[in-house]
Write a protein that binds this ligand. Structure first.
Ligand code: SF4
Length: 389
């Protein structure tokens, strides 16, 4: 007998809960980069490590009633520049996390590091604290480009940081940027060539974009044109593909078996707790999906009793859009059933938009998967706009 399921329009009903991750934000940097729109703040004097760790664990405590019994698949300590924190402080955070939540065996634990803030002993300390993946913000191996980006490190320091990380970690990501001020094709190719030669497990390659509320937004540097940037993107993708990296998300490339578990969970619309200044989180329940966010300014965050600034239920149309916004970044797309699994909505709610995107050649689908086409990946923003609430 066929079962017919009746639902009220927009009703959210999840058959099961998605994997759960934890994001920890450390908001300080040595200096603010002129292109950066993250919640990062120039440090003034010594960092209030102990006070901040206490606050992070208090944030986590407040979320526990919503996630009882659910294990963590990954932890990501991002920023800012988390490598400014001592290994002892990172150890205290991770001990506190483990005392409150179960980590899946082999759970990925990433820490973001910047050249110029780390040396071999510090990396070894992070490894001992339980970090098993390092993500290094290299951006370029060209001193002129690094200066144009306002980075605090030189190309030589970038190389030294990769070597020092590799001595303690077999799972290292490097972040690179292209489309930099006055960058030529040859310079972009040289950067990606050096990244490949470094032999890390993962490379993230982003195009520099001008974001509101940054120095570059108010005083834009001379950037390569749109076609030049598109050619650089293709050159990056070709070079990494030829070197054996799998291109699995717009900007992410991994050696086999080294895809980033934490970021994949975002792109597959999994759940995550957000703790620390300005951190965001997403949590699913059988009948709703909630978002939470925290006070952004480190000083206000540290002074507050309750750091939560927003907690709200996502409307059905927001859920559909947010799922697409994430899942269509994946080169292999997603199985149609995942939409319902993660949003609690039938795929039919986006059918009209899917058909339109398909007729425009922006997506491809078969009976199992929905994925962006090569054209859809190239014009990702246009594709995503088709699913705007
Ligand atoms: S180091 Fe990273 S987080 Fe800090 S200001 Fe620069 S780009 Fe932003």
């Amino acid at each position: 007998m066929n079962q017919v399921e009746l639902r009220a329009p927009g009703e959210v009903r999840l058959a099961g809960l998605p994997p759960l991750a934890l994001y920890i934000h450390i908001p300080w940097c040595v200096r603010k980069c002129p292109y950066c729109d993250f919640n990062s703040h120039e440090r003034a004097g010594s960092l209030p490590e102990g006070e901040y760790v206490e606050k992070l664990l208090r944030d986590l405590e407040s979320l526990l009633p919503s996630v009882w019994g659910r294990p963590l698949v990954s932890v990501f300590i991002g920023g800012g520049t988390p490598s400014l924190f001592s290994p002892e402080a990172i150890d205290a955070v991770l001990c506190g996390v483990r005392a409150r939540l179960r980590l899946e065996p082999g759970a990925e634990v990433t820490l973001e590091a910047n050249p110029g803030t780390v040396e071999a002993a510090r990396f070894a300390g992070f490894r001992q604290a339980g970090v098993n993946r390092i993500s290094i913000g290299i951006q370029s191996f060209d001193d002129a480009m690094l200066a144009a980006l306002g980075r605090i490190h030189s190309a030589a320091e970038a190389r030294r940081a990769i070597d020092a990380a590799a001595a303690s970690f077999d799972n290292v990501n490097i972040d690179l940027m292209y489309g930099l001020p006055r960058q030529t094709q040859a310079m972009a190719r040289a950067d990606i060539g050096e990244a490949i030669a470094a032999g890390t497990a993962h490379v993230s390659a982003y195009q520099l974009t001008l974001e509101p509320n940054t120095v570059f937004w108010s005083r834009p540097p001379a950037l390569p044109g749109h076609d030049d940037c598109a050619d650089m993107q293709l050159a990056v993708e070709d070079a990494l593909g030829a070197a054996g990296y799998q291109h699995y998300e717009t900007s992410a490339f991994a050696r086999p078996g080294r895809r980033c578990v934490h970021n994949l969970n975002y792109w597959q619309f999994g759940d995550y707790l957000g703790i620390g200044a300005g951190a965001h989180g997403k949590l699913s329940f059988p009948d709703r999906v909630m978002r939470h966010s925290r006070i952004k300014q480190p000083r206000d965050y540290l002074a507050a009793d309750d750091t939560l600034v927003e907690e709200r239920k996502l409307a059905a149309d927001e859920l559909a859009f947010e799922f697409m916004l994430n899942a269509l970044r994946l080169v292999e797309g997603f199985p149609g059933a995942l939409f319902t699994e993660r949003t609690g909505l039938p795929l039919a709610v986006v059918e009209t938009r899917l058909s339109r995107a398909e007729s425009e050649g922006l997506i491809e689908r078969d009976w199992q998967r929905i994925r962006p086409s090569a054209r859809g990946r190239r014009f990702l923003n246009e594709l995503l706009q088709r699913f705007l609430a």
